[in-house]
Design a protein around this ligand. Structure first.
Ligand code: SF4
Length: 470
């Protein structure tokens, strides 16, 4: 499990409190501080993002094309929380969600009951990232502000940021690089909660623009794990989506060390193929035919799968991550002996606590008799997909990207079925007469106003005016 935790309250205050095993995080912040001029701590000699020794403050000053003497790297906001608080609240607070929480996560009107999972919606990392983006706009009202990809995977939040004049620089399709060629030294670039790859970070550093880094502390924790595997000569086996921004940034950490390698599996079926290679049931060429896109360049299975360390994208299904670790460890022990596996296989659960809590809460909710489950969150939101996968095992589940996917007038719901790419529309998803209990949860990037709006639309589908619910 993550060996540190950012408390929500500290995030809201714009401060960080590291409660356990904090050396890496502290080093990261000190390093980040030391990277850029105008910051106070200049004494850190940790590795730079490319594995080289960290540049001294003096070097950084010399290489900063800005030449203005002002700081260019920020990861603690700008102390403007009070100035953006009301805007944040009006953009993202939901009355019906507040009511649900006050009523033990249950609202009944007519013969419709809504049950909300006890942990849902915005996590501490997302709150912090969104808040810092608003603060950046306030701090630099006249500058061009870019976002390196989406700040989080929620269409509503992203469209709010676009409306504030923030330009999104999206990676090439399939998880490629971001084109920063239009960014100038006087511009501001916000790094998302998922983080960016080492090479993207270096590109921005060379441009000398202002960077507002919102990378979540839980993601930094995974980077620490992958970096330690690479340092010790282990290949990082990452349970994640090879094209996802977080997994790409995490995988790039393996390249900090000469010979550092990564191999990404999306699910247990892909992990089984890896086990087939380890146990000589699959050739190296057959393995690479399938995984060339998801492994480090020039990956050689015979050479690079001798020592394996498992990590994961923070938002995967925790249960599956654990199962993959176990499966691969057992395959290695069968193929090469227990003692070999003990020395050459490591596993560590790097699912973040917010993801874990949301999955636990939905499992708890699913113990109750529910007629249908609605999961709200972006279709490209990994943690939302994990919640939808859990729910689908037990009850009829609709994953909707936004509240307006539920249309009370036509009685339809637009949703994406599990494992499919497209959205479909279903009618009659709520029976017209019988009493019904609807479970609701939302991914870590879904704001409360959208959850509340979805709840209101569920009631309205059965002809109940949500405004009348007090
Ligand atoms: S889901 Fe976890 S890792 Fe991702 S931003 Fe939220 S707290 Fe951080």
């Amino acid at each position: 499990m993550a060996c540190f935790r950012l408390t929500p309250s500290s995030v809201l205050r714009g401060t960080l409190r590291v409660t356990r095993s904090s050396s890496f995080i502290e080093a990261h912040y000190r390093l980040a501080t030391a990277r850029f001029k105008g910051m106070s701590d200049t004494s850190v000699k940790a590795p730079g993002p490319d594995g080289s020794a960290a540049p001294t403050t003096r070097n950084m000053q010399a290489s900063n094309p800005n030449g203005t003497g002002a700081p260019t790297y920020f990861r603690k906001g700008f102390g403007l929380k009070s100035e953006i608080q009301s805007e944040l609240e009006s953009d993202y607070t939901g009355h019906l969600v507040d009511l649900l929480k006050a009523r033990d996560y249950t609202l009944t009107a007519g013969d419709v009951t809504i049950r909300l999972a006890r942990e849902f919606g915005f996590c501490y990392g997302v709150e912090r990232a969104v808040e810092y983006a608003y603060q950046a706009r306030k701090k630099f009202p006249d500058r061009t502000i870019y976002l390196a990809g989406e700040i989080i995977h929620n269409p509503h939040v992203n469209s709010k940021l676009r409306a504030m004049g923030i330009t999104f620089l999206m990676p090439e399709s399939g998880g490629g690089h971001i084109d920063f060629s239009g960014v100038r030294a006087e511009d501001v670039v916000i790094l998302p909660a998922f983080g960016v790859t080492i090479s993207d970070f270096e590109t921005l550093r060379k441009i000398g623009c202002v960077m507002v880094d919102t990378t979540c502390g839980s993601v930094l924790n995974v980077w620490k794990r992958v970096e330690s595997y690479a340092r010790d000569g282990f290949t990082s086996l990452i349970h994640g989506k090879y094209y996802h921004e977080e997994t790409r940034a995490t995988a790039s950490q393996a390249e900090k060390y000469e010979g550092g390698r990564y191999f990404i599996v999306r699910n247990i079926d892909e992990a089984r193929l890896l086990c087939d290679f380890i146990e000589s049931r699959l050739s190296a060429s057959a393995l690479m035919e399938r995984f060339a896109h998801a492994a480090s360049p020039k990956f050689d299975p015979a050479r690079d799968l001798q020592r394996i360390g498992v990590a994961n994208q923070t938002t995967m299904l925790a249960r599956e991550s654990l199962a993959i670790g176990e499966l691969v460890g057992q395959a290695m022990a069968r193929a090469r002996g227990d003692e070999y596996a003990k020395q050459n296989f490591r596993t560590f659960d790097t699912i973040c606590s917010a993801t874990q809590e949301r999955q636990d809460a939905v499992v708890e909710l699913l113990r109750e008799p529910l007629d249908v489950m609605v999961v709200i969150g972006g279709y490209n939101s990994s943690n939302t997909m994990s919640l939808a996968a859990l729910c689908s095992e037990t009850v009829r589940t609709y994953h909707v990207e936004d509240a307006d996917n539920i249309d009370p007038d036509s009685g339809t719901i637009r949703h994406r079925p599990l494992g499919e790419q497209g959205e479909i529309e279903s009618t009659g998803w709520v029976p017209p007469n019988a009493p019904i209990t609807v479970g609701v949860t939302a991914g870590a990037s879904t704001p409360n106003n959208k959850i509340g709006e979805a709840v209101g639309r569920i009631f309205a589908t059965r002809g109940i005016d949500p405004k009348a619910i007090r």
